[in-house]
Write a protein that binds this ligand. Structure first.
Ligand code: IP8
Length: 275
């Protein structure tokens, strides 16, 4: 069986985060090229993408990350009048975003299969329930794709938001032969010592472990999941299992490709313990 890499394309990278359901096709096309590089280097790819403006804005408005809550908290808008309708709409929007990615993979002659989490996952966070064996059993050269989604949860929650960061954690650890996990992120070169608007080139943390503090930016007014802090924490857990973890700027496809094939590049290597 060939070695595998698990790659997360951040939602803030592949969409315009503040503009509802707006995709950045040029970035997606350049990232598709990095998958071709992986295949050329005998690596299979498990691709997980984030939600960006196809998920977070409506999920935030309808508080889908909190599960079912008292309907009196909400005012109907032109698109939905209940949380249940918002669940359906966000799932539909995520299918739209995913279909654009699948289309770009197909354009590049890459065979891919998608497993939408709302069809196979119950629960949120890293202990979600779901069968990962389909990812393990994919034939050579077939990209298995999944993404952050609205998933069913047990009562009393009924539904919740599963982040792609939780999916990559479980996939990297539990699917056999995964050598690396790469987070391609938007706007930053990796984990910075201070928020991006104050950071200089020298503020990139090249090797990060959980004992190193940083002031990560998390746009909690937009995001319903955990931002760079969640990626860092999940990454450390994956690294603890002997898997290489890198965070790189997705705006530089060469860095994404290099990180995937194990060539040193600008970004943050996440380790469990530096000692
Ligand atoms: O962008 C969030 O996934 P993430 C999923 O990977 C939704 O954290 C629907 C907001």
């Amino acid at each position: 069986m060939r070695d595998k890499v698990v790659v997360k394309w951040g939602g803030g990278l592949i969409t315009e985060k503040n503009q509802l359901c707006t995709v950045d096709r040029d970035i997606i096309r350049s990232l598709v090229g990095t998958i071709i590089t992986c295949h050329g280097n005998d690596l299979d790819v498990i691709l997980v993408h984030g939600a960006g403006s196809f998920g977070h804005l409506r999920a935030k408005q309808w508080r889908l990350n909190e599960g079912k809550i008292d309907p009196s908290n909400f005012i109907a808008d032109d698109f939905c009048s209940t949380q249940e309708q918002a669940v359906k709409l966000v799932r539909k929007d995520m299918l739209t975003l995913n279909s654009i990615i699948m289309e770009e993979l197909t354009r590049a002659d890459i065979s891919a299969a998608v497993l939408s989490p709302h069809k196979w996952v119950n629960g949120t966070g890293e202990s979600f329930q779901g069968d990962l064996t389909f990812f393990a059993g994919a034939p050579e050269g077939i990209v298995m794709v999944t993404y952050g989604d609205v998933v069913d949860c047990d009562e009393p929650l009924q539904f919740g938001i599963l982040s792609g960061d939780d999916l990559v954690t479980r996939l990297a650890i539990e699917v056999p032969n995964v050598k690396r996990l790469v987070f391609a992120i938007g706007g930053v070169d990796g984990i910075l010592r201070c928020p991006p608007d104050r950071a200089s080139e020298d503020d990139l943390i090249e090797i990060w472990s959980p004992d190193i503090e940083f002031e990560g930016e998390h746009k909690s007014d937009i995001d319903v999941t955990g931002g760079i802090g969640l990626k860092a924490a999940r990454g450390a857990k994956v690294a603890q299992n002997g898997i290489e973890v890198m965070m790189v700027s997705g705006q530089h496809p060469q860095r994404v490709a290099d990180a995937c094939i194990g060539v040193a590049t600008r970004g943050t290597k996440v380790v469990y313990n530096v000692k």
